[in-house]
Every structure is written in C-alpha cells, then in structure tokens.
Design a protein around this ligand. Structure first.
Ligand SMILES: [Ca+2]
Ligand SMILES: [Ca+2]
Ligand SMILES: [Ca+2]
Length: 136
C-alpha cells in the first residue's frame, strides 16, 4: 500500500501519506526536486555514484561534510533547523560528518528491492521516513 501512495505522490495532486493524511504539496515538490538533482544522467534511477557525485560539491575541505557545509549547500528552501534535522538523519553513525560510510548506509536503506539503484518510489518513501520524518 505504501508503494501505491508513493505513486500517487509522483502524480502530484491529492497526495496522502501512509497515515492517510494530506501531504503538503511543498514536500512532494521538494522530494521530486532532490531526486531530479541527484539523478545526474536523467534515467530516473539514482545510482551509488550519483549520490556520491551529488554530495561531492558539499565537501569544501575534503574531510567529510560537516553541518555548516551541509547548510550552505542543501538548498531546498528548508529552514536552518530543518536542515540540521536532515543532516542528523543522514549522519548515520552520528559523528558529525557525512562521509561515504553514511552515504553507503543511506543507499542500502533506500534501495529496498536491492536492485542496485534507487527508483523514485524508494526515494520518496526513504525521504519521508528517514530525512523529512518530522514533517507529516
Ligand atoms: Ca541516474
Ligand atoms: Ca557520519
Ligand atoms: Ca532499487
């Protein structure tokens, strides 16, 4: 059923989340935008390489992405506290830096059917459950 709901949100109108409540249009648009930005080759799948590529520019001093670097680059009209929340959700080992280790875990978590790529349904579910999970 969750996949069906995610499919509805791809279409856009009248989205509902897994609790049957309306999803603010803004979050639908936001997740779509992030997916689009990560999908560098435009094949509607996110590969491991594309996630790394997406975050490469975030790491200005090449020692992992810290919160201030993340806040500077994550530009999806999120408030500072939302960005901090997103960062902490993605920093899987909670050491204050986003590294390849965290990205690998994110990829494993998001690729639920384990086919080696993240499709939009998987991405949408992951973002709602693990990154924007403070927004209903
Ligand atoms: Ca792609
Ligand atoms: Ca980390
Ligand atoms: Ca997949």
């Amino acid at each position: 059923m969750i996949a069906v709901f995610a499919l509805i949100s791809v279409v856009g109108a009248a989205s509902i989340n897994q609790h049957g409540q309306p999803v603010p249009m803004e979050l639908v648009t936001k997740i779509g935008q992030i997916f689009h930005d990560m999908d560098v080759n435009g094949d509607f799948f996110i590969s491991k390489d594309e996630i790394s590529l997406f975050f490469t520019g975030y790491d200005q001093d090449m020692n992992g992405i810290d919160l201030s670097e993340f806040k500077q680059s994550w530009d999806y009209k999120d408030t500072d506290s939302q960005k901090e929340h997103n960062f902490n959700q993605m920093d899987k080992n909670a050491d204050g830096v986003l590294t390849d280790y965290d990205l690998a875990l994110i990829f494993l978590t998001a690729d639920t059917n384990q086919d080696g790529v993240i499709d939009f349904n998987e991405f949408d579910i992951f973002m709602r459950a693990s990154v924007y999970n403070n927004i209903s």
